[in-house]
Design a protein around this ligand. Structure first.
Ligand SMILES: Cc1cc2nc3c(=O)[nH]c(=O)nc-3n(C[C@H](O)[C@H](O)[C@H](O)COP(=O)(O)OP(=O)(O)OC[C@H]3O[C@@H](n4cnc5c(N)ncnc54)[C@H](O)[C@@H]3O)c2cc1C
Length: 407
């Protein structure tokens, strides 16, 4: 059993690791270091209720301050780990101090990718990853103002939905031919595009941003120009063009990184004393037979729990079917599994009724499901996919047959 455990990053994965370590009997010194000034908090409400001003900051916290005190955690916030000194098994913080570790967990998450076009540095061009980002955006929102969202992925669309509800005029510019193209089927993309348009947003696909231009001679953004010469007036621009794994510490320390920090199925990096979990990690997935880097709450929780157990010598293989959700307007999208490589799609339910699922099959095996407003499909879908079930396609397509009847 190690005596000193240090967790770098104070987000979703870190909070879970603290909980699992203490619940599983780790009584040694436990340090949690986060560069943001807040205790670990949930990010999903950032693009939804928190952006809308519907909840207080305190409600975002995953655990109250009392939890860390009663679990004897040395919490250092507003502090960045600048270096991992692997030979000495210490980390160096931005105040020059160092902390020893016997086991180190990197739970550093992702950073929002910035737009790389002329004008990206203008005032009024924002990203959405942290509490500070949302507070910056909120301070610039004016009812009736014009928001251009660059990127029709789930974060851009969630923010667009919230902005429409706040009374902004919203345009979403998407590079691909359809929204959320990386994560959902064409029918779900089409459904979401229609829903956004029905709420007053304008969605423009195949739109490549060329430049952001100031309004007049000022330093504030005034319009977004695309490669085809079209331009979109903007008081505020939200860049939702994806994220990059925060793997710079690991890289500098010589750990193997490729699209995130490479770990094995025990969440261990190329240094046996160092583990990684959550958005920053690139890990093997036995079910799909390939490596994944996932950006989801479920993955952060499950992987952090596995990493924590392995750090204290409880052998745990991390092997889960991934799942993810996104809330836009009153629609709950849940994606279970990975649908790429499918050879057929089965529609379950009616998109016109705003409650349906799309099932992905390969050689008859259920590989993934996207459900819209059908939460009842979720648990059974997870079981069916994990069991590599070959459901009867006619019954699968019949929404009156509960999925659990196919288990
Ligand atoms: C706006 C938004 C909406 C989302 N909505 C959903 C959703 O609906 N459903 C879903 O499943 N997922 C959603 N996600 C994704 C989910 O929040 C992430 O997958 C999850 O937070 C990942 O947890 P993590 O601990 O890996 O990283 P994070 O929660 O990002 O935490 C990492 C922390 O490490 C800190 N850090 C990095 N480097 C250092 C360093 N050197 N020293 C100290 N600290 C450091 C970072 O500042 C950060 O605070 C959303 C994310 C965002 C941004």
């Amino acid at each position: 059993m190690p005596e000193n455990i240090v967790i770098v990053g104070a987000g979703q994965a870190a909070a879970q690791a603290v909980d699992t370590l203490r619940r599983s009997g780790f009584t040694g010194r436990l340090s949690l270091i986060g560069e943001e000034p807040w205790l670990p908090y949930q990010r999903p409400p950032l693009s939804k209720k928190y952006l809308a001003g519907g909840i207080e900051r305190e409600r975002l916290l995953l655990r109250p301050a009392q939890f860390y005190a009663s679990h004897n955690v040395d919490v250092r916030l507003g502090r960045r780990v600048e270096e991992i000194l692997r030979r000495e098994q210490r980390v160096r913080l931005d105040d020059g101090s160092t902390l020893p570790y016997d086991a180190l967990l990197l739970a550093t998450g992702c950073r929002a990718r910035r737009l790389e076009v002329p004008g990206a540095e203008l005032e009024g061009v924002c990203v959405l990853r942290s509490i500070a980002d949302v507070e910056r955006i909120r301070s610039q929102i004016v009812r009736g103002g014009r928001l251009v969202v660059v990127g029709g992925g789930y974060i851009g669309l969630e923010a667009a939905a919230t902005a429409c509800e706040l009374g902004l005029q919203v345009v979403v510019l998407e590079l691909a031919g359809r929204v959320m193209s990386r994560v959902v089927s064409p029918s779900v993309s089409a459904f979401y595009q229609a829903q956004h348009e029905g709420h007053g947003a304008r969605i423009v696909c195949n739109a490549k941003v060329r430049a952001l231009e100031p309004s007049g001679a000022g330093s504030r953004v005034g319009r977004v120009v695309t490669e085809d010469g079209a331009h979109y007036a903007a008081d505020l621009v939200l860049s939702g063009v994806g994220v990059q794994p925060a793997d710079e510490l690991a890289r500098a320390a010589g750990l193997v990184c490729e699209n995130g920090i490479r770990v094995d199925d025990h969440c261990r990096t190329s240094d046996p004393m160092i583990f990684a979990a959550g958005d920053c990690s690139n890990h093997p997935n036995a079910h799909y037979g390939r490596r994944l880097r996932l950006e989801s709450v479920d993955n952060a929780i499950e992987q952090a729990a596995s990493a924590a157990l392995n750090m204290i010598g409880i052998d745990t293989v991390h092997d889960k079917v991934p799942w993810f959700w996104s809330d836009q307007y009153d629609l709950k999208l849940i994606i279970i599994g990975l649908g790429d490589g499918n050879d057929s799609l089965v529609l379950r339910g009616d998109p016109a009724a705003a409650a349906f699922s799309v099932c992905y099959l390969r050689d008859g095996e259920l590989r993934a499901i996207e459900t819209v407003n059908r939460p009842q499909d979720q648990m059974a879908a997870r079981r069916l996919i994990a069991a590599r079930a070959h459901p009867d396609v006619r019954r699968l397509a019949d929404p009156s047959v509960p999925l659990k009847a196919l288990c």
